[in-house]
Design a protein around this ligand. Structure first.
Ligand code: PSU
Ligand code: MN
Length: 287
């Protein structure tokens, strides 16, 4: 497949969060805030998406708006990336498909909210994980998405050689909350400290997760989040939702149950992660 991409210090941004993670207009706002934050940090944002079968690493404002408004977009992971390109499909790319395309385009840094993970039932494992285990990419995030088994996800990543580095934290964040009780593999307190670590790691061919907690003024306390999550998970199982539909269903229900607070945290952490990714890309580009 052919890839369209800009040069310079670049940050890849995933787009399944636009098509499936947040409702319009929050999805559009999130993407704009992320792009702005990357630019303010001196780098070029490249939203990755599949537009009528074309793998795009970087899309225009008009293309972004159309994607955010798309009535029934596809969620494009690795298993259906070739199908989407071969069948002229339009959709948002998950972390897996975004990472694959970003690396193919020569980009070293990407930002997202949370990666997929090992789900609570232990059977559904996100395609994000095996992709991160074979793609040399620095991924800035706030841990994994809130609905996964974070401890099992961390074990999976460790087994497959993907380190978790805390940015100004020793604790693996839990997306909407900063508190999980799970430790990172290392901690760095500034962008300069990441550079030698990344340069030494990348020959291994696996990703590094650089994690930071959601901005404190928006973060939800752990106990409160646990209560919201267990209600949403119970309802989701009762409704018989499965596969790729689980994440969008749960995120929508969590937003309802929290009176919109989860959406505000989500927007804030996406922007913060994009900013940090922009700073890292700019620093790496300086050599
Ligand atoms: N985290 C969120 N919202 C999302 C996602 C993650 O808070 O929408 C998306 C990302 O694109 C991630 C994908 O790559 O969900 C993982 O989906 P699955 O579990 O079906 O692999
Ligand atoms: Mn899944």
């Amino acid at each position: 497949m052919q890839v369209r991409v800009a040069g310079g210090a670049r940050v890849a941004l995933e787009s399944a969060v636009i098509t499936h993670g947040l409702p319009y207009p929050h999805n559009h706002e999130a993407a704009q805030r992320m792009q702005h934050a990357v630019r303010e940090a001196g780098a070029t944002p490249c939203i990755v998406a599949i537009l009528q079968g074309v793998a795009c690493v970087g899309i225009s404002d008009a293309e972004l708006e159309a994607l955010a408004l798309q009535p029934a977009p596809s969620k494009i992971a690795l298993h259906n990336l070739g199908i989407a390109c071969g069948m002229q499909i339009t959709g948002g790319t998950t972390v897996a498909a975004t990472a694959y395309l970003a690396h193919k385009a020569g980009i070293e840094v990407m930002a997202t909210g949370g990666i997929g993970g090992v789900h609570q039932d232990g059977r559904d494992v996100s395609g994000d994980l095996p992709t991160l285990a074979r793609t040399p990419l620095l991924v800035v995030c706030s841990g994994a998405k809130a609905i996964v088994d974070l401890s099992a996800t961390r074990e999976w990543l460790q087994t497959h050689g993907v380190p978790i580095v805390g940015y100004q934290t020793d604790e693996l964040p839990g997306f909407y909350t900063a508190q999980t009780g799970l430790r990172t593999d290392a901690r760095v307190d500034d962008v300069d400290a990441l550079v030698p670590l990344w340069r030494a790691h990348r020959e291994l061919g696996t990703a590094i997760l650089v994690v930071q907690p959601p901005p404190s003024e928006y973060a939800i306390p752990r106990a409160e989040l646990d209560a919201l999550l267990s209600q949403a998970l119970t309802e989701c199982a009762a409704a018989g939702v499965s596969g790729g539909a689980v994440t969008p269903w749960l995120l929508r229900r969590l937003a309802e149950l929290s009176a919109g607070r989860t959406v505000q945290v989500n927007l804030a952490l996406l922007e913060a992660n994009a900013r940090l990714a922009g700073q890292i890309a700019t620093r790496l580009h300086q050599g």
